[in-house]
Structure formats: C-alpha cells, structure tokens
Write a protein that binds this ligand. Structure first.
Ligand SMILES: Cc1ncc(COP(=O)(O)O)c(C=O)c1O
Length: 386
C-alpha cells in the first residue's frame, strides 16, 4: 500500500537529496568533530555555514548568535533556566508545547518563578491586549509559540513582542513549527528552533538564536567541555562556545547548513504560499465531510499547515490507526505533547486527529486523505463503529 505522510508537525519524513548527498560524502570521509581534532577545523567551517544560513533566515546580524543544541527542547530548557532568576514573573500562553510548559512548571514548583498562563481563544489565538493587563512589577519574560503545534494557529507575535518591549520584557519565541515554513525575521530575544521539522534537517539537532541582550543576561545552564579556555572551570565568555558544551553533532549541523541554504534559495514566501494553498484545499474538503469538527481557525491564511479534527463519537486514536492500517495514511492523534493547547481548544483529554503537511505533500495526497476519511466515517455511521 502506498504511504501518505501527514505528520510534518512532528518531523519531516525525509531530508532532501542534497542533504542526503552531503551527509553521505561527509560520513564517508570523517566522523571527527570541531574543537576536538585538528582535522575538525573543517567542521568549524560547516558550523559557520549553518549559522550563517540560519542567521539569514532568522534575521540575526551576527551568525555566532545562532547556537546549536540537541533540539528545541534543549534550547528552551537552556534559555528559560539561563535567563530566569528567583522572583521573576513569567507570562506564557495557554497553547504552549510541553517543551515550554514543563521547564516553566518545574521552576515554578521549585518556588523560583511565578508563571501566568495567558488564556488563548479556543481557536488558539491570543488577544495581545491581555499582556497589558497581566504585566506586574516583577514580570521579566514573555514566552510564546509562533504557531500552535496542535491547532496550527499563528499567534499575533509582532503585536505581542511590541507590547513586551514597551515593558522591557525578555521575549522567548518558540519557532519549532514555523522555522523554514514562514518568513521569520522578528524581534525576539531568543528564537528556539527544531532542526527536523520545517528546516528539514536531521533529528537531534536544533538550537536558538539570541539577541545581544539575551547573551548578556543568559547564564550558561548546560555546561561542560568546549575544547576552549580549558584551564578554567567556568564556561568561556565568548560565543558560540559559551552555550555549546560537549561534542558537536556535526552531521546534524551539516544537514542544517545544506537544508537552510535550500530554503533560502526557494524562499519562505513561496514555501508558505504552497503550504497555505494545500491547507486551504484540505480544509475546504473537510467541511464537506459530515461528522467532522475542525479545531483551530479553519482559515489557512491564519495557520500553518496543521489541521486538527475530531469526529464526535469517535476515538481519535482509533481513527488514526484505521487511516494508517487501511489507507496507509500517517497522522498523529492524542494530545501532541500539549495538554494546555487541548484544554484551550476544549479537546482534553480525548485529543484530536492531527494532519500536517509539508515539502512533499501533493494535491493528490490531500484528495486521498479526504476520500479515506469520508469512507471511514461513512462506514462507521452505517455500522455504528468508532
Ligand atoms: C511548538 C513546539 N515546541 C517545541 C517542540 C520540541 O521540539 P524537539 O522535540 O525537536 O525538541 C515541538 C515539537 O513537536 C513543538 O511542536
């Protein structure tokens, strides 16, 4: 059976041929890492290529302010723990991924910080005016995702960041769902990204881009050897070493050097246009299927290529399994690591069936998914199955 992949919000299914070729050539030649071997000097060049391409995508003027970690989760842990201080009040949204919610909750349970979850609408958007009302004297940071990984909704980040700036707040923007698929340059102090989603790199690579203010205020929280300033028990005071302890994931970084260059070449405007058109088409088709509820905005111009649905009386996990087993369609069901977003959408604890699209999705696939869903739900209605 032909497989149709509709789970891009979790991870891209394949790297591009150029990325695969570069990785094969690299791995046939060496497994050495920058800073640990003389030959590793070449890898510093690879990292610089990756930093430069990502800096261009993110609108960061100095490539050394793009830092690599094992993923968005590690980047968020480093940024939140490295920036927050005892007594800080933090604003975050009610659609955060657990990669944000759990570190904040841990800091809050330890009595270190106080978190306020700003209520988003059931469709996953945030009224920026809420920030004015929530700011207190000790508010130090606003954290938010660029787009919800459950509902696809793009949050009004421009307005929110501008309000945060009025109050001098530090801003952390989780761009896991938008890096590589939406035009990005924007003024956050920290942008945290995953390498394996829209950026189409390997799993196990990600990172964060930081403003000059964040560099000055962030303590290295994840620490260790850097192959530099080794006489000192403190982390180096220069970038990128200050925030990049441990042996680098050179294949991961190489994958990003090549894929980010490809994305720059294609342009995020055209990637966005293509994905929005596919999403609009899918939403249109869904509206014609009796028994489907679309969560989120239901408007492709206000969301990324992520569409969560439910069918009252049906378990989302069972629907996902039947789509896979009977039609070869790969989706993701349940809570998508974001119980907060599901509570916000009113879909907790059952969750939703999430479709998400990307670089290789075609119109034919959208049609096939629509037909499969229609057939599944029609059959279920006739025979009382769920
Ligand atoms: C919005 C959001 N933030 C953070 C993450 C965590 O990314 P990673 O698993 O690459 O660390 C994800 C992954 O699904 C996500 O969707």
């Amino acid at each position: 059976m032909r497989q149709i992949y509709a789970n891009y919000a979790a991870t891209s299914p394949r790297v591009s041929p150029a990325v695969a070729d570069a990785l094969v050539a690299h791995l046939r030649g060496t497994n050495l890492s920058a800073g640990r071997n003389f030959e590793g000097l070449d890898d510093c060049a690879v990292a610089l290529r990756a930093r430069s391409a990502l800096a261009e995508l993110f609108g960061v003027s100095d490539p050394t302010r793009v830092l690599f970690t094992s993923g968005a989760t590690a980047a968020l842990n480093m940024a939140l723990n490295g920036l927050l201080r005892p007594g800080d009040h933090v604003l975050a949204t009610s659609v955060e991924h657990n990669a944000v919610a759990r570190p904040l909750e841990l800091l809050s349970r330890g009595g270190i910080i106080n978190v306020e979850w700003l209520p988003c609408s059931p469709e996953g958007s945030l009224d920026p005016a809420i920030i004015h009302r929530a700011v207190r004297q000790n508010t130090r940071m606003l954290v938010m995702p660029h787009a919800s990984n459950v509902l696809g909704t793009i949050l009004p980040v421009g307005e929110c960041l501008a309000i945060a700036e009025e109050y001098g707040l530090l801003t952390v923007l989780d761009v896991a769902q938008t890096a590589g698929v939406l035009p990005l340059p924007m003024d956050a102090d920290v942008l945290t990204f995953a390498g394996h989603k829209g950026l189409r790199g390997l799993p196990g690579i990600g990172g964060f881009a930081v403003s000059e203010r964040a560099v000055a205020e962030m303590e290295p929280w994840f620490v260790g050897g850097t192959g530099s300033s080794s006489q000192s028990l403190d982390m180096p005071d220069f970038l990128p070493d200050r925030f990049e302890p441990g042996t680098q994931n050179t294949p991961g970084i190489l994958s990003l050097a090549v894929s980010a260059a490809e994305i720059l070449e294609t342009g995020t405007d055209s990637i966005r246009e293509r994905e929005a058109a596919l999403t609009a088409r899918f939403i249109d088709e869904l509206r014609r299927i009796p028994g489907i509820v679309i969560h989120g905005t239901g408007d492709a111009s206000r969301s990324v290529a992520v569409v969560s649905v439910s069918a009252p009386g049906h378990d989302s996990g069972k629907l996902a399994r039947r789509l896979h087993e009977e039609h070869g369609i790969i989706t993701r069901s349940g809570l998508h690591c974001s119980p907060l977003a599901h509570r916000t959408a009113g879909t907790f604890p059952g969750g939703t069936l999430r479709f998400s699209f990307g670089a290789e999705t075609t119109e034919d696939e959208i049609n096939e998914i629509k037909s499969a869903l229609r057939e599944l739900l029609k059959g279920a209605m006739l025979f009382g199955l769920s």
